[in-house]
Design a protein around this ligand. Sequence first.
Ligand code: SF4
Ligand code: SF4
Length: 472
Amino acid sequence: MSNLPDEAFRDTIGTIDEGGKRKYIFPKKPSGKFYDYRKWVSYVLLAILVANPFIKINGNQFMMFNILERRFNIFGFPFWPQDFYLFVISMLVGIVFIILFTVVFGRIFCGWICPQTIFLEMVFRRIEYWIDGDRGAQLRLSRQEWNSEKIRKRVIKWTVFFLISFGIANVFLAYLVGSDALFLMIEQGPISQASNFIALLIFTGVFYFVFVWFREQVCIIACPYGRLQGVLLDNKSINVAYDFVRGEKEEGRAKFNKKEDRATTGKGDCIDCHQCVHVCPMGIDIRNGTQLECTNCTACIDECDSIMDSVGLPKGLIRYASEDEIVKKEPFRFTARMKGYTAVLFILLSVFVGMLFLRADVQAIILRLPGQLFQHKGDKISNVYTYKIVNKTMKDYNDIHFELIDQKGDIKNVGSEHFKIIKEGISQGTLFIEIDQAILESDKTKVKIGVYNGNELLETTTTNFLGPRSFN
Ligand code: SF4
Ligand code: SF4
């Protein structure tokens, strides 16, 4: 391709000028088929994101990530530190899922699902267009002196942005400490819930900083996922791509001239209007090829389609396509690499779902007291144990007691035989197991213990029962 631009663009990023200073992006307001789809996707995802911490299932918050108290709820399933293995597997599933998706569909996650993109492009940016106007008006406003119009617009915009940042911070806090704690703070006031209120102010400040000033720098500098693109993408990955074969042809891109028959000139279909660059929220030129900054937001597809339409050329000069599809005209193929990732994902998902369903609502750990030998109590042998019962549910259990299963003998709990564990509570204590020496068959017997609430068996666990070596 003779007229392809040189590689100098790879030495700089579009948001830093030659002096090393931040170059603000004033992207043109996108419009078109993909933008409309993305709007609808963003409404659904925003509704889910905001609703998640306020929905309860069986009294459990639907989604909660209370790191300080080490309590996590995922899809209404409470996860405790004891369930950490499940949490690790769910993270692994998430990572493999994202890798698989990236290998096949490029950065579709960034453009359509990532909360940063959704909040920036579908909330803050749209308010900005509404207050400041489109690209041209925004550029003018940024250059003009601080007159009454600029002050008025800036005050309105920053106030609205602050309020939205405060709203997002509230939702974020509800994910972290739970919606009940958030409502308690609202009810009792910030003074009595000072730590949560300080956290709320810090989160508000961070969101305000990110969405007012830092913006696309999050994707370029801070996001580790963006950095992974270089290793995950290959020639078969589908990306938002410029069809340089068609766009450049033999003579390269050239301005549109309605008097000439472009098909006979050898000029490419790109009319070099720069509209795809002006609409790009990352400040890049997609015609330079796949770039780290590109979030696959599709704005340039819509823009170029409307340009192609206006000059009577076929749409799709910028489109979702793999490099091989553009260069070799190869249709999409499910490659061995993709199959491998899918198999790993399927196995991990199956393990995760299986573990989720096998997981008990009540977890019991019964261990022999270290350093204690068995004791003779008449005809019986007695061993002492410590127990810990974790109630992971949102209901109280009022009649908890232990029984031996498949083994004759008694369990004597120190304190009350029947006790209570409140919702999300833990009960710990000491118990004795006594078994007739006559029925012991070895010096180490595995015993199975049932944890009951009334007649309901909640959980079973096993432990060792020690006895004398010789039997009469
Ligand atoms: S919008 Fe389309 S025609 Fe215009 S410069 Fe970009 S690729 Fe070329
Ligand atoms: S190049 Fe296109 S898809 Fe990539 S960020 Fe810019 S406008 Fe979005």
